[in-house]
Design a protein around this ligand. Sequence first.
Ligand code: 5CA
Length: 162
Amino acid sequence: MAGPPLKAGVQRVQAALEAKGFGFEPREFPESTRTSEEAAAAIGCSVEQIAKSLVFRAAQSGRSVLIIASGGNRVDEKKAAALLGEKIKRADPDFVRDKTGFAIGGVPPLGHREAPAVLIDEDLLAHAEIWAAAGTPNAVFRLVPGDLVPMTGGRVGDLKRG
Ligand code: 5CA
């Protein structure tokens, strides 16, 4: 049975996935999935299975850099900079909305207003299935980690702190 219409942000994620030939397995929740912990609790998966989308700003070029990291990991900005070839700084909420078209807590791994440089945490590849934000702080979609590179054009590496 069809549910209520998808929110605009979720529809944009769906359109971006379909444009790349991916299916869409969205789940919209009445409760928040704004953080990795909330998303894991709502879904009933481990926090390590949450693909969090963290936005940074490249220091020299000013372009947006998307780091897709396992929910339990903290990103080592030095490792990320080495993989990228440019220093990065954490983005503020206005930069995130401007470059991605989505608000923090709903930023998806694809479908951004401006194409970012993408780095992918190798730890995500260990799971059979993972979940990413689907455009709003209440929506996620399921994917297999092997889809992340073709979906984003990102580079996989060791990005975690410690
Ligand atoms: N929907 C969930 C699970 S997919 C989600 O989007 N999680 S997230 O981790 O990708 O997005 C929340 C992240 O936004 C936080 O981990 C944090 O790194 C970042 N964030 C939260 N507040 C701010 C802020 N004020 N400025 C910059 N980044 C922020």
